[in-house]
Design a protein around this ligand. Structure first.
Ligand code: NAD
Length: 266
């Protein structure tokens, strides 16, 4: 009998039944795919995102909460609303993030500050606000969306990569700090994923089709990662059945970080 199978032979229970989750940046792309998967697996899911993004993205099975992760009061109010409406927090997916293109010389300091504010300090704000409730959960898990940019040098991504390097280190440090409280912290490292974010990048390119082909070729499996594949990895790390997994970074990148293939002969 599997862990979730009912003793009387009835259909197995979805793995996240009874759990309450927050997904930041959950109105689009990886966050939306994650929110829908956690919900399909039985969790009650709140989506934190900017009010403008929530208007278009969030479906009825999800609780849309307008939160700007760069704003302390907004984060505190959002967490308070989740606790009021869902009764607690078991899973936190820190996924909200923005990109930046440029070498170390090219982005203005105000942009460095803003991208760190969203990608790193946003995780700090939401995690701090959620921790008192995660401590009350019998199966608390935090999953951060990091990136292959944390572990591989990617051209013209100095600022973005620096934020994701910080996300990786922060994930490991938080895993160490809170293991005694039985709160797990892990992250996923996607390669280039087929989301509205990447659509926007492609549309800004001189030749979007050539740019897409170059991005596909950069990943050894020859295509972009899907948002659903990243969501699957997040759901795996968030589930109580992963109770012995903490402090890890799980690549979802078609082999981009780990493999060294010979160039294709043409
Ligand atoms: P996306 O643009 O489709 O979604 C990001 C969401 O974050 C949006 O809904 C946006 O409104 C929200 N957001 C932005 N700023 C916010 C703020 N201040 N407060 C609250 N929400 C905010 O992007 P995506 O591709 O799904 O990216 C999601 C995460 O995955 C990001 O952390 C990104 O760095 C990471 N990632 C993406 C890729 C990729 O290729 N798409 C690769 C590696 C990692």
């Amino acid at each position: 009998m599997t862990q979730h199978e009912a003793a009387d032979g009835a259909a197995p229970q979805p793995p996240l039944v009874g759990l309450r989750a927050i997904v930041t940046g959950g109105a689009s792309g990886i966050g939306l795919a994650t929110a829908l998967l956690l919900s399909a697996q039985g969790a009650r899911v709140a989506v934190f995102d900017l009010a403008t993004a929530l208007e278009s993205g969030v479906q009825q099975s999800l609780l849309g909460v307008p939160v700007d992760v760069t704003d302390d009061q907004s984060v505190t109010a959002g967490v308070g609303r989740v606790v009021d409406e869902l009764g607690g927090i078991d899973i936190l997916v820190n996924n909200a993030g923005i990109g930046a293109r440029g070498t170390v010389e090219e982005n203005p300091m105000a942009e460095w500050q803003h991208v760190f504010d969203v990608n790193v300090f946003g995780i700090v704000r939401v995690t701090r606000a959620a921790l008192p409730y995660l401590r009350q959960s019998p199966s608390a898990a935090v999953v951060n969306t990091c990136s292959v940019a944390a572990t591989a040098g990617i051209p013209a991504r100095a600022l973005y990569s620096a934020t994701k390097g910080a996300v990786l280190s922060l994930t490991q440090a938080m895993a160490a700090d809170h293991i005694g409280e039985r709160i797990r912290f892990n992250c996923v490292n996607p390669g280039t994923a087929d989301t509205p974010w990447v659509d926007r990048l492609l549309q800004a390119a001189d030749d979007p089709a050539a740019e897409r082909a170059a991005l596909e070729a950069r990943q050894p499996h020859g295509r972009l990662v899907t948002a659903e594949e990243v969501a699957g990895a997040i759901a795996y790390l968030a589930a109580p059945s992963s109770g012995s997994t903490t402090g890890v970074a799980l690549p979802v990148d078609g082999g981009m970080q780990a493999l060294r293939l010979r160039p294709v002969q043409r």
